[in-house]
Design a protein around this ligand. Structure first.
Ligand SMILES: Cc1cc2nc3c(=O)[nH]c(=O)nc-3n(C[C@H](O)[C@H](O)[C@H](O)COP(=O)(O)O)c2cc1C
Length: 201
């Protein structure tokens, strides 16, 4: 049985392009894997708190006080149980929503999702998983060669690679501030998701 961990980050519960595309992806996933388990995290409905000193110190303790690590451990267990990770996220102020960054800060943990490698480098520990990112932006970046202004996509790819998830597929939806443009672009992303299921999943 396959397990999909879906994480939504848009602050909009309704009329969110990224959530709508994630619904489409999840629907395709459930058609492809009818008996799959879906683990769902809505970071707007249930935000993960910022890191604090007590929690980050507990990351390095052995044994650590379990009550301090309870939420981080739960998030980590969900991630470890998943075969695939689906993140739907808007671009906010050229970067990722702070709720998504807080989530990431809870699951990037020494000796759990990454460790030290020979020569001082790092090695990711979450091997054999893949990730899909649905990324909504109000403006246009690719066609205007302004990708360097988007600090989310590269960061998400890098941090997922860092914890060992090397196969990352991004579905970037641009131009949502123009509804007519967005409707057409949504259709293209749905085709890309469908094609991904036909060829890779
Ligand atoms: C606080 C905030 C900041 C935003 N910053 C940017 C930005 O830097 N660049 C951009 O292209 N769009 C920006 N937008 C527009 C969103 O990326 C766009 O509306 C996107 O469709 C939101 O995702 P959603 O439809 O899933 O809610 C911002 C929107 C909000 C609410």
């Amino acid at each position: 049985m396959k397990t999909l961990l879906r994480i939504d980050a848009s602050i909009r519960k309704a009329h969110s392009y990224s959530r709508e595309l994630a619904d489409y992806f999840q629907n395709q996933w459930q058609i492809r894997y009818p008996d799959s388990q879906i683990i769902y995290r809505d970071l707007a409905a249930e935000p993960v708190p910022h890191l604090n000193q007590q929690l980050t110190e507990a990351f390095f303790m052995n044994p650590a006080p379990p009550d301090v690590l309870a939420l981080s451990d739960t998030l980590l267990n969900e991630l470890q149980a998943a075969d695939a990770l689906l993140i739907s996220s808007p671009l906010y102020n050229l970067s990722l929503p702070s709720t998504l960054k807080s989530y990431i800060d809870h699951i990037v943990r020494i000796h759990k999702t990454f460790t030290y490698a020979e020569g001082g480098a790092f090695r990711g520990l979450l091997n054999g998983k893949e990730a899909f990112i649905i990324h909504a932006k109000g403006g246009l970046y690719r066609s205007l060669q302004l990708e360097q202004l988007d600090f989310q996509e590269g960061y998400l790819r890098t941090i997922l690679n860092f914890i060992g998830i090397e196969k990352v597929t991004v579905f970037p939806l641009e131009g949502t501030r123009n509804e007519a443009y967005a409707i057409k672009a949504m259709e293209e992303i749905r085709h890309a998701i469908m094609a991904c299921f036909q060829t890779n999943l």
